[in-house]
Design a protein around this ligand. Sequence first.
Ligand SMILES: [Cu+2]
Length: 381
Amino acid sequence: MQVLKAVCSARVFVALLALAVAVAAPANAQQNWHAKVGAETPDMARQALAFLPNELWIHAGDSVTWTFNSDEIHTVSFLVVGQAFPPFPVGCPGFSFGVASFDGSTCVTTPPTVKGQPNFTVSFPSAGNYKVQCLVHNTMNGVVHVLDASLSLPHNQAFYDAEAMREARNLLTDNDGATSADMKGMNGAAAASSMKMSHSMDSISVRVLAEEKRHSAISAKLADSPGNAAEPSTRVTAGVGEIASTPGGLQTNSLVRFVKGTVQIHAGQTVEWSNSDPEEPHTITFGTEPEDLFDPSPNVTVDPDGGLRAVLNSPSDSVHSGFILQALDDQPCMPVNSNPNNSIALNHTRFRVTFMAPGTYNYLCALHDGLGMVGEVVVVP
Ligand SMILES: [Cu+2]
């Protein structure tokens, strides 16, 4: 009984102490929280398309400051329930700069932003659960839980800082098994650092290896049948990615590189590029970049299987694949999207080019060459 009394009075003491602390630091003091937008390896090849962390618990009246942290563009956007998902160049329409307030009634978004550009601070006056979304990357989102000021919060800023680092590391070390030697645009030190982080047997590497295996089986079959010069002799993976999830929402990692993108072939042979990234579109662009990056150049045709095709007669020729990308997935109970440019498995994800003349053909992704996404086709007689 004495013990119980002692425990009880200790509890009362702790409770009184907690009350004293609560009085000393009023629950309604407004706090400013911090989170990051995106992360990347030093060579920019691996991109974490993610809010880091992507789940926060704060009090009504608090604010959150998001710092942009990658050379890939992102937005911090809070949309209104029921509004049409806006294209990122359009915004809400319109954009907020520097500071904004969100209570669920009026859309707020930054313009597309990269590392080194101004932070974005959003204050949340009302309790509620608010989804944060990147308008550039559909599979990049999170949630801010805004609690009444009388409730206690589960985590402090130190927890969120550690969580951001942990999530970024998990996304950036998800290696597809490719080495720096497989990719142009990987410089020595940066390549070494990303190699150090690699672990070879994760699901992405399995995916790439499986695809390579399938390809070599096809090649063996084609070699038996004559007259298939238009069939690809060489295949290049134009980007690889993977969608991950926390309880707060989706995060995506993308390898923004042409894997084994420097290839040598004979005149008359064909190279096929294919995109294995669920989120990032890429282009395969030779020569002059067109104004319209989204659509293929006029010298591109469509194969019966939906793959795109072109023929280059000289290293000075230009051709642009347009966006090679996976479509967004269809949602249960929503109308299935019949637009072939925006329904799953019906997008152009492959580009085939036949090279007629010897020479060196340099190419790039018109969207990501700034991140180092370039390659080279050497055509020998
Ligand atoms: Cu790209």
